[in-house]
Design a protein around this ligand. Structure first.
Ligand code: PMT
Length: 342
């Protein structure tokens, strides 16, 4: 039977909220966009130029450009980092969405956490590559110039995927940019927004990365590894300014912006998604609950609320929810562009 909100506790709408359980007001500071508290990666200017050239090239050919953020940010606890806090995200949503955006005619800037999932690579994510390789012949195995081939029984789709990947590379449809820490992410997102502001409403921001709300300012961070011999560790973390605010208001005010809302408690999900739209005044929030995110999301706009659900049949046919999300958003983006041009 298809999963529906009636037989899955994580689906919206959840049971009525407990009386008296009012939600706290947001405490996250907004930013004027200066990011002075966060160290910029040394290559940020170079990356900004690459992104601007990429966006200009594709937009002048009439192609829309999407900036996808993907993976979790890392927050160091020490300057010479041994320990850090991490936000959960495998990067699968971002990587898979990148493939569907390219299929829909977009060029993609893929701002992703180093070593998180990468487009066209998902089949390798959980396997030992050596299990998929073999010598072309038994004689090869004993030769120094052995020929090694991919075992197509292990990767039945490898030819199709390789062709697609090479086509994407040849047409320069995918620009990968990596981040590791929260500071990298914030500066690179700002740089990408500034680069994409030159193409106005042709740009879409698809903010699927899981971004930390807490950090330790560089001025308060110990240089060396924290010593356990000093006893239990008490951490005091500052709030990270919500980067969505300057992105929508100042850096790329004409772009079509989608943020993601992740919660583990389904009771508060939609209220939080609506509040994000009210606060940041962007176009869409894709709301999801951690445990059901692969099969169910709600696309929330100021006027609409659309549930996207994978049925058992879809799952049998290996349909991915990102296919549905991207299809919904590319149509909305098209409408947005035509309204801007009226
Ligand atoms: O990668 P997968 O394993 O496939 O999982 C996908 C996902 C669950 C990570 C993804 O679907 C998702 O929900 N990503 C957003 C997670 C998140 O950070 O949610 P949030 O509620 O903490 O933040 C909401 C929005 O505010 C996000 O778009 C975020 O980019 C933005 N934000 C967050 C923190 C911050 N300091 N500034 C921000 O602008």
């Amino acid at each position: 039977m298809a999963e529906s909100r009636f037989n899955n506790p994580y689906f919206w709408p959840p049971p009525p909220a407990v009386p008296g359980r009012a939600m706290a007001e947001p405490r996250t500071p907004s930013t004027d966009g200066t990011l002075d508290e966060f160290a910029a990666p040394t290559h940020v200017e170079e990356v900004r130029e690459q992104m601007a050239a990429f966006a200009g090239h594709h937009a002048s050919a009439g192609r829309r450009v999407v900036l996808i953020t993907s993976g979790g940010t890392k927050v160091p606890l020490e300057s010479r980092t041994v320990r850090f806090l991490d936000n959960f995200s495998s990067g699968r949503r971002g990587a898979s969405s990148a493939e569907y955006f390219i299929e829909s005619g977009y060029a993609v800037i893929f701002l992703h956490r180093h070593r998180s999932l990468y487009p066209y690579n998902s089949m390798f994510s959980s396997m030992n590559m050596l299990e998929a390789l073999k010598f072309r012949s038994a004689e090869d195995a004993s030769s120094d110039a052995a020929e090694v081939v991919v075992d197509q029984q292990v990767f039945p789709n490898i030819t199709k995927v390789l062709k697609k990947y090479q086509e994407v590379k040849e047409n320069r449809l995918l620009l990968p940019v990596e981040f590791n820490t929260l500071s990298d992410y914030l500066h690179l997102l700002k740089a990408s927004a500034q680069a994409l502001s030159t193409i106005g409403s042709m740009a879409m921001f698809y903010l699927a990365a899981a971004v930390s709300d807490f950090y330790i300012p560089a001025s308060e961070m110990p240089e060396h590894k924290i010593q356990s011999s000093n006893g239990p560790l008490q951490l005091s973390l500052n709030m990270v300014p919500k980067i969505l605010s300057p992105l929508v208001k100042d850096w790329a005010p004409q772009a079509f912006v989608i943020s993601f809302k992740l919660e583990t408690d389904p009771h508060i999900l939609l209220e939080k998604a609506r509040r994000a739209l009210d606060t940041y005044r962007h176009q869409v929030v894709v709301a999801n609950v951690l445990d059901s995110r692969r099969g169910y999301v709600v696309v929330v706009t100021p006027e609409t609320q659309t549930e996207l659900i994978l049925t058992d049949e879809d799952e049998k046919n290996e349909v991915e929810i990102e296919d549905r999300i991207v299809s919904n958003l590319t149509s909305a983006h098209k409408k947005f562009i035509s309204q801007q041009n009226c």
